[in-house]
Design a protein around this ligand. Structure first.
Ligand code: NDP
Length: 234
């Protein structure tokens, strides 16, 4: 059955791989983008998740064209790395505003129709860094750890309505976000990963698609690591 799927930040990187995975399975996929030309093959809606009005407009357009969102993948996220000593309050709050509050906005808006339908799937993209911490990433790690508490609270609130809420925690993935690292930093990371390599975005997408599938109907409040073993034990 073709479902209405929304992937935030589905115009590139991990989000695009997730959008493709759902489209290949026959779902109707909407993606958000902020600027530039979005990739073809999806219903692309312009939306900055830090802006409530844009979130509302995006949902209206998706509902008109694809019907209410049945599967939401909250993937959009940013980094603004800095050691605490040099981290401004703006560095901190802007990352929280996108990664955590932005996710709250899109999930809250999707929840309305999911409650009415008495079914729904929500998958949040966190990070291994949210569980392990990362030097220079206090803002990012706090936002990604926050997603776990957020998801688990919603899993409890919404479970009786047949809505599952899960988290995927990727390790290091080959995208624009990690391409800014130096070769030395990349080599240092790979040395700590038992599988000794970065993930491809498609490897994250496979877990997301599984969590949204019928086979995963009894999984909620879970944090699924897709990190090559980097975060083992967390
Ligand atoms: P990219 O930097 O390649 O892409 C980030 C995506 O988020 C873009 O689509 C971007 O849209 C979107 N986005 C950022 N801010 C906003 C906003 N305010 N409103 C709407 N969309 C926004 O990152 P990745 O693909 O690597 O990361 C995707 C997710 O996975 C993020 O949440 C990230 O934290 C997480 N992650 C990534 C890892 C990695 O190693 N790459 C590891 C673990 C987690 P636009 O193109 O318009 O800027």
């Amino acid at each position: 059955m073709s479902r209405s799927v929304l992937v935030t930040g589905g115009n590139r990187g991990i989000g695009l791989a997730i959008a493709r995975a759902f489209a290949e399975a026959g779902d109707k996929v909407a993606i958000t983008y902020r600027s530039g030309e979005p990739p073809a093959g999806f219903l692309a809606v312009k939306c900055d998740i830090t802006d409530n009005e844009q979130v509302e407009q995006a949902y209206k357009e998706i509902e008109e064209k694809h019907g209410p969102v049945e599967v939401l993948v909250a993937n959009a996220g940013v980094t603004r790395d800095q050691l605490l000593m040099r981290m401004s309050e703006e560095d901190f709050t802007s990352v929280l505003e996108t990664n955590l509050t932005g996710t709250f906005r899109v999930v809250k808006r999707a929840n309305r129709a999911m409650l009415r339908a008495r079914k729904g799937r929500v998958v949040l993209i966190s990070s291994v860094v949210g569980l392990m911490g990362g030097a220079g990433q206090a803002n990012y790690a706090a936002s990604k750890a926050g997603l776990v508490g957020f998801a688990r609270s919603l899993a409890r609130e919404l479970g009786s309505r047949n809505i599952t809420v899960n988290v995927v925690a990727p390790g290091f993935v080959d995208t624009d976000m990690t391409r800014v690292l130096t070769d030395e930093q990349r080599d240092g990371i790979v040395k700590q990963v038992p599988l000794a390599r970065y993930a491809q975005p498609e490897e994250i997408a496979a877990s997301v698609r599984f969590l949204a599938s019928d086979e995963a109907a009894y999984i909620t409040g879970a944090v699924i690591p897709v990190d090559g073993g980097l975060g083992m034990g967390h």
